[in-house]
Design a protein around this ligand. Sequence first.
Ligand code: GLC
Ligand code: CA
Length: 561
Amino acid sequence: MKAKWWKESVVYQIYPSSFKDANGDGIGDLKGIMSKLDYIKELGVDVIWICPIYQSPNHDNGYDISDYCAIQPQFGTMEDFDRLLREIHSRGMKLMMDLVLNHTSSDHPWFIESKSSVDNPKRDYYIWRKGKNGGPPNNWESYFSGSVWEYDASTGEYYMHLYAKQQPDLNWDNERVVDELHEMVAWWLKKGVDGFRFDAVAHIVKAQGLPDGDNPNKLPTVRAYQLFSNLKRVHTLLQNLNDRVLYYYDIMTVGETSGLGPEKALEYVGDTRRELNMVFQFEHMYLDAASPGSGKWDIKSWSLLDLKKVMSQWQTVLHDKGWNANYLGNHDQPRSVSRFGNDLQCRIPSAKMLATFLLTLEGTPYIYQGEEIGMTNPAFDSIDDYRDVETLNFYHEKRDQGIPEEEVMKAVRRKSRDNARTPMQWDNTDHAGFTSGTPWIDVNSNYMEVNAANAVKDPDSIYNYYKEMIKLRKEHPILVYGEYHLLLPDDPDIYAYTRTSNEGTILVILNFYGREPVFKAPKSIVMEGAVLLISNYAPLKDENTSELVLRPYEARVYLMS
Ligand code: GLC
Ligand code: CA
């Protein structure tokens, strides 16, 4: 397999408004990030991904960009950005920007012109249509509730927005739009950034003629999201972007692509495709949603057997053909320890077990800010404590439909994106040391116990475990390039697998629950002579036994002889 720096890298994701506030206005900023670069470097991170920091009216916290080439004043200036980039580079790290190419803000000058009249030269930069039978042009539903169509009374037409109505979708069928976006991407590359996360890139192409999605009660159905996700022409457009712009730089790219499995992902990340280095898949993020394709808010509990199935498919299908991007949480998802671990009785061991999982899979690992100290969902009491547009739209839609408050809030507490957006917990001073002012969203009340200052000095902390795991990954290229093989596929508690390359075999044993199951090594695994590389519990007396009673959320990694 071809060695690449981005395969060997560990990425740390920053959500800038919640990371560190340097000027006391309650909102994180670039100077705040600068003041914490040593903390990130110390963890062993190679690449920092920062969520959007471009000028934006902030209806979706920066994912609604009104000027691609300006920095959001709340975050700082372009000089601050240039300095941040230098400071990251001088520490031997790289910076990945988050680019939103599917839509702009409705405040973007392109949209303001586009909206001004039907014959404005920029009208066709966005997707405008006449209504149908007194309603919107089709039945597609927005990711953020309601129709994807917004009526504009002054020109009598509707524009499309897959996300909030302040996020109109760009029309990639218009060559001028494509040219403008390419030019902008090149502008950032010339500045020296080291890569991009392409937001919502699966959706830049919509089905010809914008047909209705089928009625979900009729089979087989073409669900509406399939009419705007991962269509063929997306690949043509990405190849074109590579040929014209990306090819000339040694960068890393990751696309956000919901609604696909690993075979289809190869169309983006296959070694011969000239499209993306890797994609963020969503299959494991839907294991706790009631039915495939049902909304994320419709909750059920996930099962380890399903998690193994999904992850194993991605590990095996992409091996030697493409590359995975692995994550357990990000700014759109609940906290990983609250979701896949146990944030009440076993927060520390379960967060360490999840770290072991994330850092022993094939693919580039992405750590989301605060995950390295085991930050948890805040479970705020009232909807007034939530800020996220998706959450608020969902809440109001359901309450208007008469769904009881408690039922709606239960889903919000479990799934709101704000679970991941509470301020980073730096220390036990006011507002967790995030700001000297009033934070834009409340700090999680557990900050006295869960904070970076405690974690850095405690040798047994989750933070120091992450640090050790990252170091281990660097010392053992098997963990980067080795082939994955699932063991005990039917065990409901234990997730065990090996990674093998010509340098040897590493065995990973993870107990995903609070029970105490027995790990019985399958015949193919010889425990004798195996060396325990790391564990989240103190070692037992007799380590090389082929029958191990695992403790709650225990994780063990062995180098086989
Ligand atoms: C992606 C982002 C999310 C944003 C959406 C619209 O899913 O991760 O935060 O709201 O795109 O840009
Ligand atoms: Ca600030």
